[in-house]
Design a protein around this ligand. Structure first.
Ligand code: ASP
Length: 438
């Protein structure tokens, strides 16, 4: 019998997890889920994160040294950053248009507002303190943070991904500049390492259906009451509508227009990464799978994918920026503040920058939202209003973040003549079978 395709297995895992979580909450098995099921989800996410840094190092060094020419690197770099900024601005603007049309903040009653503020004030304060410590540094701190003082120390924390990328790019440039016979052994080593890591991703993905089951079951058990969700439905619907337009219309249209690849081709190729982004709420944890899908199923050559995607996972967060725009205006509306056009344009700038500064981990977008609120003169305590529903929205915005990165990688690949036919013929090729060498 043919094995069920991976995306179906993951989807079944997700639904079964949610169902199990609901049952567990009904029968009061919460502690059992937290003690005996949640750890498997954590193990699954950890194993993905475990290979993120080695993957970036190996594949980026291979990718850059394959370029053989620095002008190609700067051409690709310019296009990547340019496209990332454009897609983010589109996302924020879309969010602003939607939240101004739906006006979800006006649907919140005085009573619900007080209830939410009381329930989440402590959580909100923790995020505000987090954001404040970031703000206290000078204006150029973000730039200073890119250059690590010690590469071994930088590589010990996945949040320093940008520092590792910086070092690896410089290292790759060094390799291009020395004679080929000298750089060859280094390149061969990293080529081999890259192959090993890609195989590890295959192995980890075999556990994906069980991993997402555990993640979602624990999430349902830990989530707050349904009443609060309902009160925030208008806000959640605005965010989800915006993200839906990005994922379902904007990205595939860009792919179609600029690369000529069809809707089904794009979605078939990227969907396992989307499902994983949804289950883990982390672009960084999803990165290994995004890279593999884009290379093997969307036809982006490795030297482009290994450059564009790790940078995208850290700085390109279209979903996050859209959410920040909607959330900021929603909070302003709920407090009865009217934002001027200038104020809203300010949100475009700060949400774009804040999404660049958000780490690719669960909940990071909310910390940076504090900065957007501060700049726009909206009370930061309003964060308490949206806490209850942040996790599900985080899951959705992470899907948009990952899809946006994949889209830009296709566009950049096309523009530098590196978009070919996918290596994998079958949709599910690569993952479920572990071929052993004869
Ligand atoms: N969880 C998001 C990501 O990893 C970031 C955020 O918006 O919180 O892409």
């Amino acid at each position: 019998m043919k094995k069920l395709a991976l995306h179906w297995q993951i989807l079944i895992g997700m639904f079964a997890g949610v169902l199990f979580g609901i049952l567990a909450a009904q029968f009061n098995w919460n502690q059992f889920v937290l003690d005996w099921i949640k750890p498997f989800g954590t193990i699954f996410i950890n194993s993905l994160k475990l290979i993120a840094i080695p993957l970036i190092v190996a594949s980026l060094i291979k990718g850059i040294s394959d370029l053989k020419d620095i002008s190609k690197l700067s051409q690709m770099g310019g296009r990547t950053i340019g496209l990332y900024i454009i897609t983010t601005i589109v996302a924020v603007s879309l969010g602003l248009v939607i939240v101004n049309i739906i006006q979800p903040g006006k649907l919140i009653s005085e009573e619900t507002r007080t209830e939410l503020m009381n329930a989440y004030v402590t959580d909100a304060n923790a995020k505000i303190a987090d954001a404040k410590s970031k703000q206290e540094q000078g204006p150029l701190q973000a730039l200073v943070d890119i250059v690590p003082e010690n590469i071994a120390a930088a590589a010990t924390d996945n949040r320093n991904m940008l520092q590792v990328i910086f070092f690896v790019i410089v290292f790759g440039i060094g390799m291009i500049l020395i004679p080929e016979e000298k750089s060859k052994p280094v390149k061969d080593f990293f080529d081999g390492l890259n192959e090993v890591i890609l195989k590890l991703i295959d192995l980890i993905m075999l556990a994906a259906p069980y991993g997402v089951f555990a993640l979602l079951a624990a999430l349902v058990v830990e989530s707050p009451s349904l009443d609060l969700f309902i009160a925030l439905l208008g806000y959640a619907a605005s965010v989800v509508l915006g993200l839906g337009i990005l994922i379902g219309v904007f990205y595939p249209a860009m792919v179609r227009i600029f690369t000529g690849k069809s809707y089904p081709f794009f979605f078939k190729g990227i969907s396992p990464a989307q499902l994983l982004a949804f289950s883990t709420s982390s672009s960084a944890a999803t990165l290994p799978v995004t890279m593999e899908r884009v290379e093997e199923h969307l036809g982006v050559e490795e030297e482009v994918a290994s450059f564009v995607l790790p940078i995208g996972a850290t700085i390109n967060m279209d979903g996050t920026s859209l959410y920040q725009a909607v959330a900021a205006v929603f909070i302003a509306q709920a407090f009865g503040l009217d934002l001027t056009l200038g104020g809203q344009l300010g949100i475009i700038v700060t949400a774009t920058l804040a999404s660049i500064g958000s780490a690719a981990v669960p909940g990071a977008g909310m910390v940076m939202l504090v900065i957007v609120l501060g700049q726009a003169g909206i009370p930061e305590a309003g964060l308490a209003l949206i806490f209850a529903i942040d996790r599900p929205l985080d899951m959705c915005r992470t899907v948009a973040n990952v899809t946006g990165d994949a889209t830009v990688s296709m566009l950049v690949a096309k523009s530098v003549g590196k978009l070919g036919e996918p290596k994998a013929k079958d949709w599910d090729d690569h993952y479920p079978t572990i071929e052993t060498k004869a």
